[in-house]
Design a protein around this ligand. Sequence first.
Ligand SMILES: *Cc1c(COP(=O)(O)O)cnc(C)c1O
Length: 452
Amino acid sequence: MEKIKYERPVIQKMNTGLMNKFGTRTEYEPVTHIESVPVKSLIKDYGSPLYVISEKQIRRNFQNATRIFKTRYPKVQFAWSYKTNYMKAVCNIFHQEGSWAEVVSGYEYEKALGNGVPGNKIIFNGPVKTDDELIKAIRNNSLIHIDNNDELFSLIRLSEEHNLKPRVAIRVNMDTGIYPKWDRFGFNFENGQAWNAITRIINTRNLEFVGLHCHIGTFMLAPSAYAIAATKLCELAWNIKEKYNKVIQYIDLGGGFPSSNTLKGAYLPGSDTVPSIDQFADAITDVILGYSFKQEDLPLLILETGRALIDDAGFLLGTVIASKRLSDGRRATVLDFGINNLFTSFWYDHKVSPAQAFGDYTEEMVLYGPLCMNIDIVRESITMPLLERGNHLVVHKIGAYNLTQWMQFITLRPNVVLIDVENNTHIIRKAETLEYIEALEEVPEHLKKFGV
Ligand SMILES: *Cc1c(COP(=O)(O)O)cnc(C)c1O
């Protein structure tokens, strides 16, 4: 048996009120494997820190969400939200499962085309679309979701100039009982903007009005907000049929379902408090079915779910660099990954697990990243077994937004590895190099030489 390590005892002030229902101890088992691949060998083969994505978990999430919606409503289509995670391999898993693409910029639009998504299965959202981007999207028969009147006027002008007939929908914002209101995107429902835009589009011969869209927020915890959103879109669809005898092809309720991460400051872990996809599906489909659209008029239900389908398929592995005491006696553990790799640590208390066997003793500690910046804190306070230099850690549920909002700051971004359904590993994005980062830089002639 290995000799048990001696740790110098410290006297600490008791903090009451910080416990959750698990008591002070939050970790019972080390997480030694991702799927069935050892963390140790992943780090040995691909370096530390390391992003790991589970293909199996993505497919499981997608198939589960599809089943939940399709058993409740006959016409359902998912569109993968590119900004949530636009690694090509990740997008293509969703496309293989049948997802369309949902993009919010010309850059993301090009990515979707590059991945091979047919133009007519790309939903072009977002507040900014240039004339060139619009023309391209119109020629590709993509679904253009209009954000504002200026964009609508551009579309009318471009469709006339080029003799094209764009397929358009409008984004609608509304009061869903969640505050602050998300009213900066799209046309407002309550003040009549949305209805005016609809009337204008329907009276423009060159535009084909195909759908109604909303995206009411992100990490939404209230299924009732989706019921309100569905009601308001159905209300518009119903009135369009009544007043203009026109049938809307689809209703797109956007994304925003939460993952089971724990928001900062939450008393209970997210896995206990976050509503299930079933509850959101019930809220949405009960409303649409309640409108008793004629069978042939029943709108296609589009969902642009991002976070909820990818978060728990992503892991960040890392290594302990040092362990030290702060001036007040608190334990601090310095890691080789920080907020540059884990943007979502700004709003989540990510679950962090040791990746090797540990002792019984735990202590409250701060987890710092490697950046020479005071804000680089992965967890402000976490009760963990004692960690020492060289120990490995696994951060859970990091698949959403971290691989798009990551920062190339102070350090280079590491490898991203996919574990496929047969547990083979593939690099899906190589670790950055100095040459790669500097490839776009130029140094003017007069600054090339200096003597110090
Ligand atoms: C970001 C975004 C989504 C995805 O949101 P999630 O919160 O990741 O589900 C869907 N639709 C639009 C328009 C978005 O901007």
